[in-house]
Structure formats: C-alpha cells, structure tokens
Ligand binder design. Structure first.
Ligand code: NAG
Ligand code: NAG
Ligand code: NAG
Ligand code: NAG
Length: 455
C-alpha cells in the first residue's frame, strides 16, 4: 500500500527531477500544505452496493472541499493486491466500463461477476482519509449435484450433496422428486447443502431434488438414489386349497434391486411349464404361477425363488387338497363364548376340531364342530360353536383344524380371547340377536366379521 502510494505520487509529479529528490520534496511540500490548509471531509458513507449483471452502478465519494488534494480510486483484487482506477481525473485502467462523475463518484457499466469486491476512494492527505465500498454483483443460483447417481447397498449410510454458486449465497432445500413421497423424517423438505441417511432401506430409493434459491432466482439439480438389496418376497397365501379339475394360482410379490430373476420349483425340481395348463405370469412385482384343471399330480410343495446380484430368497407355497384356511372370530355369549369359523376347501369338510386352553394353562380342551354343508359347490365352509364353563375374565387361546377326504389341514395359528359373559347392551334386543343362529348362516356377515388366523 505504501509502495503503491509512492508510485502514485511519482506518477502525479510531472517533473523532471531525479527520483531520489522527489520523495523528499513532496513530503516536505505536503507537510507544509497540511499545516496551512484544512483537511477535506468525506461526505459519502461506506456502503454495500448491489447490482445485477449488466447493470450500471455508481460508487459515491463526495468531499466537502477537496482543495488542492487529489481523489484516488482503487480496488482490492482477489489476490490481495490493489489496482489503481483513477488518480484525480486521470484514468489508470484500460477497461472502458469504468468512469468518473464530476462529483467524484466512480461508475461501472455493464457489471460482470468479476467486478464484485471492495472499491476504495482515498484522498492524498498525509494521514489517510478513505472510504471502502463493497460491491456485490447479484448472480442467480447455479446448483449441481456432487454425485447425481448413487448406488448403495441396503443398510449402508449415504449422503446426498449439492453445491450452489450465486450471490447472495443461495439457500438449498431437498425434496423427493417422486410424487407424494416424503423425506426420511416424514417431512416434505429438508434444508441444507447435504442430507445423510445413516442406514438406507429400499423405501429410500428414488429421485431427489435439491433446489437453490436466492433473491435472483432458483435452480434445481437431481440426484437419483438406488438402494440395492437381496430379493424380498411377500406371499398372500402359503397354502392353497384346490381340487382336481379346479384352478390354482400361486402368487409371489418380489421386491429386489437390481431386478430379480424369478423361477418356480415344485418339490425342488423346476416346474414343467405347459402352455395349455401351467403358465407363469408377471405383472410388475407380482409373479403368478397359474395351474388350470389341477390334477392330483399337481399337489405338492412349490417354491418361488428370486435371485439377483446381492443374493437369493425362496418362499414355499403348498398346493393341497386338504382344507387350508381357518378363520376364527370370538364373541361373548350368554354363559359362554361363541366361536365362529370359516374353512376353505374345495371338497366337503368332514370334521372340524377346535382346541382351547387358558393362556397360562397347559391342558388343551378339544371340541368337535361341524361345517355348514348346505351348498356342496361352495369353497368357503362356515360354522359356529359355543364354549361354556370358561373362567370369566381369563385369557384363552384357541386353534382350529379341519379335515376333508385328503386329510387334516395344518393347525391354525393360536388366537387369543378373554372369556366374557354377554351383557345386554343399552340398545336392548339387538345385542341378544347377535348371539343367535340367524347370524351363523349369513355368510356375507361372517366374511366381514371373520379374520384370518392361519396361512
Ligand atoms: C448503462 O449506461 C450506458 C451508457 O450510459 C447505457 O448505454 C446503458 O443502457 C446503461 N445500462 C443500463 C442497464 O442502464
Ligand atoms: C397389472 O396390475 C395392475 C394393478 O395391480 C392392474 O391394474 C393391471 O390390470 C394388471 N395388468 C395385467 C396385464 O394383468
Ligand atoms: C409339503 O411339505 C410339508 C413339510 O415341509 C409336508 O408336511 C407336506 O406333506 C408337503 N406337501 C405336499 C403336498 O407334499
Ligand atoms: C351371564 O349373563 C346372563 C344374562 O346376561 C345371566 O343370566 C348369567 O347369570 C350371567 N352369568 C354369569 C356367570 O355371570
């Protein structure tokens, strides 16, 4: 800075005197000046000025009375050096966009991003009188993803990051690009340059968007996250009841990334596909093995096997002639508990076994029940039984099993209930009707009321 002023002074002195004399002469002249003349006062205040790209700005530097002093304009360069712009009215920069007004203001036309920074107006007084303006060139945001395609195995941590430029510094928010999907914490957006998921699950897969915004506008970038995992299989039914001449449909819903190859086996051998009768179908993640006109040789244990580069998963589905589905519902009854059930069987149901015990007990009580066989063609068989002599208030568990000509079904999972005596509800008669046989035969009511306890 000192050196720069010396150069300025040198260039000001239009003199033929040798350089070594100059400093001394100037110094002593100035000392004399300052003793005699008053020091000028700056009227303009330091400012932060904002200008858009292409705009014209004017940086003020008004002085009450400059007298014989000289006004100097310079700017701080990013490398820490200074560049002289004007010495008095003498222009010291080539750039034609820089100009000087009669009141001493520096003007810059057609702003570019490089013009941003500090501009200093000083007076050639012995003790420095100066003014520093900060010029901010407003720039719309530009944002880009640090990595726009991320592939990560399930369970690993992952960070999505975007970088934004612009002035003022843009704010960044993140959201999912997939319609309706929420961020990990259940919110719609997360603010910040990056987001980190400590352990990714398959629900995190998808397209994300980072949006950078400042006063000048917004910009967006995409990040696509692919979470890889070994196949996961969901089955609606692990046991399917069929009968010769009827159809059977085995369904596996497979989720996998990368996409899985799905194959079907029966008793550990590949299923013999037969275009007329046995087909495999696929709809999205749903894989179906369809068997038409079932033969007895079709009964057996099938598996749906899904494989991708991460691993393989297998799920078994049984096709059997035996009854497969036991549905149970319990409700308080007068001096007992009423158990309603539904069984799936193409063939007529010969026997139904219900066993129950207090959850804390060890001895099962068994009751033989009947299925309603009024309509031979139906596949769903229903019935009801009343269990008496239960300890009121005690919790029991109950299981059901049914038999047809192919044999006994698997036992259903245990279902729990608390033994309660029926109490007439405020409504009166209605509560009593619910316990009578009229409901037992109403299949549609049962279908609504029953729930799955097995398979
Ligand atoms: C900036 O000043 C120049 C010269 O006076 C003029 O031609 C130009 O239109 C001005 N630009 C803006 C954006 O005002
Ligand atoms: C595939 O499944 C969708 C919805 O689950 C359904 O709308 C569509 O009809 C199915 N396509 C075929 C060919 O079965
Ligand atoms: C399927 O496998 C189970 C045991 O895993 C076996 O009890 C059952 O009999 C098999 N079913 C058929 C139809 O082979
Ligand atoms: C159960 O309720 C019925 C009528 O609601 C009543 O007659 C019977 O005494 C009650 N039984 C017990 C054990 O409380």
């Amino acid at each position: 800075m000192k050196a720069w002023i010396a150069i300025l002074i040198f260039s000001l002195a239009v003199s033929a005197k040798p350089a070594e004399d100059l400093d001394y002469e100037e110094e002593s002249d100035k000392e004399m000046d300052e003793e005699n003349a008053r020091v000028p006062v700056l009227l303009s205040k330091e400012q932060e000025l904002f200008g858009k790209i292409g705009a014209n700005v004017s940086l003020p530097c008004e002085v009450d009375d400059i007298g014989s002093y000289v006004r100097l304009w310079r700017r701080e360069l990013p490398d820490g050096n200074a560049a002289g712009l004007f010495i008095g009215t003498v222009k010291n920069v080539r750039d034609s966009r820089f100009g000087l007004l009669s009141n001493g203001a520096l003007t810059i036309e057609d702003l570019t991003p490089e013009d941003a920074g500090q501009y200093i107006c000083s007076l050639s007084t012995r003790s420095p009188v100066k003014l520093v303006h900060n010029l901010v060139v407003l720039i719309p945001p530009k944002v880009s993803a640090v990595k726009s395609m991320i592939v990560v195995p399930k369970g690993e941590p992952v960070t999505l990051q975007c970088k934004a430029t612009g002035a003022p510094q843009p704010d960044i928010i993140w959201k999912r690009h997939d319609e309706g999907k929420k961020m990990f914490d259940g919110q719609k957006i997360i603010a910040g340059e990056s987001i980190t998921i400590s352990s990714v699950s398959r629900e995190h897969s998808g397209s994300y968007e980072c949006v950078a915004t400042n006063s000048e506008g917004t910009d967006k970038a995409r990040v696509s996250l692919e979470v890889q995992y070994k196949p996961e299989i969901e089955v609606e039914r692990t046991s399917i009841n069929s009968m010769e001449g009827y159809d059977a449909e085995l369904t596996c819903t497979v989720h996998a990334e990368p996409k899985a190859a799905v194959t079907w086996t029966k008793d550990n051998e590949p299923v013999a596909i037969d275009a007329d009768r046995i087909k495999v179908m696929k709809n999205g993640s749903k894989h179906v093995l369809s068997i038409k006109f079932v033969k007895s040789s079709d009964f057996g244990n099938y598996s749906c096997l899904a494989m991708n580069s991460i691993g393989e998963t297998k799920t078994d589905i049984e096709v059997t002639g035996r009854p497969t589905m036991g549905m149970l519902k319990t409700s308080p009854f007068i001096d007992g508990v009423r158990v309603q059930y539904q069984i799936e069987s193409h063939d007529s149901v010969d026997e139904v076994k219900i066993k129950y015990k207090p959850v804390k007990g060890t001895k099962w009580e068994e009751r033989v029940a009947k299925a309603d066989e009024s309509d031979d063609a139906k596949v769903i068989h229903s019935g009801a039984i009343i269990l008496e002599n239960l300890n009121l208030g005690e919790m029991y568990e109950i299981r059901i099993q049914a038999k047809n000509k192919f044999g006994w079904s698997r036992e259903s999972d245990a279902q729990k209930f608390v033994a309660e005596n029926a109490t007439a509800p405020p409504g009166g008669a209605q509560g009593v009707t619910a316990g009578t046989s009229t409901v037992v035969n109403s299949v549609s009511t049962l279908l609504l009321a029953y729930f799955l306890v097995c398979c």
